[in-house]
Design a protein around this ligand. Structure first.
Ligand code: ACM
Ligand code: ZN
Length: 548
């Protein structure tokens, strides 16, 4: 018996040593454009390999450290990093290393190639950002090893890859519920893992103002806190628990840097003129009635919004944006613009006076107040231009007369996006029917955490085609990309947020990255099973529906 067990143990050890789990698989999520596996000996990656980067290039040096960390996380092997003088490049190829290089002959700014031969690995990218995307692919190709690998075989291959869309985003609503800086960083890690490059940070809501503005301290003293939260879907019963929090400007800068290190742009959103109860509670003079107002406890759309009849409102918004642009280097500033009722404006003498003085006369089927949001938005658009920024906002802006430099986020379906593209606006597609990850992910909701509603399974996210409608080629070029949104009325904790985005975010990644003829849902699910091993490695909470 003893002999039998020792034989068994030896067999186990041998099978760990030689198991097929130690071979890399390049069919990752999102699937690279072309994977040309050649029938030649591959490269055996061991700890004797170094990650080599061009001397003096800090971005590439950081890339090298990331790759070393990823290899460590997957295989428990620790690779050193090494700089290489430009002249030494040819010599370094084939010395058993992973070489990171730049190649300006590649067309796409995010295009990269990975070449594996028996002698080593070369990741070449048009830019350091492109090399980072190649690193993500190599990272996801590696097997997850519970014990330190003695070596991982990388089959010989030529991978040529580039994304379909330049804008690949995820939004997180930190207004309805506050999420810690650590979780925001984790969300950015997820964005990087999925080959995305934009983090849309929804920073203000009726239920909470989350960004420090030095000129208006009450926004975070008062506006960042609500005294209670409604239970369930506006049940009329409150939990009586104070909720809130905010990010200091220093912390926002930390997030900007954390994201930039991963080639991710943070686009901050200050939603206006609606969804502003937290600001009104802090500075009641900004509303039509003058208040008093309270930071909202319940969910929905509130009639009290900013008063565009008052100059103090514009002073406030411009001051806020002036501070914001010093924190966020993004080309775009998101000003929301969704769901802003006109009821208070109709009854407000100052708003009515503004309508008169600006000659805002509605056409048939509209009220004069409907034109006030356009007046408000165009002033803000002009201000942002003076600050060297572009405006981006929800598709309500199509009724605001913004100019073609402003970008439209199409959320009420894909049709407003198609219409905006025809008008010459750039467009980000984020229709709620495909891209609202706060929706349920199954019809059988009995065992799901409470959600806002809807039914958006992984397969539906996967099926989204952003260039729909009858767009000419030139119009289609205005569709810059796709984004999914996580609204957080019913999502208060990181593990719940993870559950809602994983694995639907992986389906989004293929919508953003793959040409339509390369998409295949069944094959995607197979690839996803391996990506899930990385989710599990990080102990992220993952919805299981497609894995059952
Ligand atoms: C939105 O969902 N109100 C943009
Ligand atoms: Zn007013």
């Amino acid at each position: 018996m003893k002999n039998f067990f020792s034989l068994l143990c030896m067999f186990c050890m041998l099978s760990i040593g030689t198991s097929k789990a130690q071979v890399a698989n390049y069919e990752v999520v999102p699937l690279p454009k072309s994977i040309n596996q050649v029938s030649a000996a591959g490269f055996v990656l061991t700890e004797s390999a170094a990650v080599v980067f061009p001397e003096g290039n800090v971005d590439m040096e950081r890339n090298a450290r990331f790759l070393s960390d990823y290899v460590n996380e997957m295989t428990q092997m620790r690779l050193g990093t090494q700089s290489m003088p430009a002249k030494a490049k040819a010599a370094k190829v084939g010395e058993g290393n992973i070489l990171l290089t730049l190649d300006d002959k590649i067309q796409n700014d995010e295009g990269y190639t990975i070449s594996v031969t028996a002698k080593g690995v070369v990741i070449s990218g048009k830019t350091p950002a492109a090399v980072f995307l190649g690193i993500q692919t190599l990272r996801k190709s590696l097997p997850v090893m519970q014990e330190k690998a003695q070596g991982v075989t990388l089959p010989a291959v030529n991978i040529v890859d580039e994304p379909r869309f330049a804008y690949r985003g995820m939004m997180l609503d930190c207004g309805r519920h506050f999420f810690s800086l650590d979780f925001v960083k984790e969300y950015i890690d997820l964005i990087a893992l999925h080959g995305m490059n934009r983090f849309h940070w929804h920073l203000t809501e009726d239920q909470g103002w989350r960004v420090e503005i030095k000129k208006y301290p009450r926004l975070t003293e008062v506006g960042a806190w609500r005294s209670s939260t409604t239970i369930g879907r506006n049940s009329g019963v409150e939990d009586g628990v104070r909720h809130g929090g905010f990010y200091t400007q220093e912390e926002c800068r930390e997030i900007v840097k954390y994201a930039a290190d991963r080639y991710i742009t943070v686009i901050p959103e200050i939603d206006m003129p609606g969804h502003m109860m937290s600001a009104l509670a802090s500075y009641p003079e900004l509303g039509c009635t003058g208040g008093p107002y309270e930071v909202a406890h319940t969910w929905g759309i509130f009639p009290d919004v900013l008063c565009p009849g008052k100059e103090v409102t514009f002073q406030f918004v411009e001051d806020v944006l002036a501070e914001l642009v010093t924190i966020f280097p993004s080309e775009y500033i998101h000003i929301g613009g969704d769901e802003s009722p006109r009821t208070r404006w109709a009854d407000c003498p100052l708003c009515q006076q503004r309508i008169k003085s600006e000659g805002l006369v509605a056409k048939e089927g509209q009220k004069n107040e409907d034109l006030l949001q356009g007046y408000f938005t165009r002033r803000i658009e002009k201000f942002l231009h003076e600050k060297g920024k572009k405006l981006i906002g929800w598709d309500e802006l199509l009724n605001c007369g913004v100019d073609q430099t402003s970008t439209i986020m199409s959320w009420r379906g894909a049709e407003p996006g198609a219409q905006a593209a025809k008008l010459g606006h750039d467009v980000i597609m984020t229709p709620y029917t495909y891209m609202y990850l706060d929706y349920y992910q199954t019809e059988d909701t009995r065992h799901e955490p409470l959600s806002i509603g809807g039914n958006l399974p992984v397969e539906t996210v996967y099926s989204f085609e952003p260039i729909a409608g009858e767009l000419t080629n030139n119009e289609a070029k205005h569709i810059l990309g796709v984004q999914a949104n996580l609204w957080t009325e019913y999502i208060a904790y990181p593990h719940h947020a993870e559950y809602m985005v994983l694995p639907r975010m992986a389906a989004l990644a293929e919508v953003q990255w793959l040409q339509p003829d390369k998409k295949n849902y069944d094959a995607f699910i197979n690839r996803l099973k391996r990506l899930k091993e990385i989710y599990d490695l990080h102990h992220w909470t993952v919805a299981q529906h497609v894995f059952r």
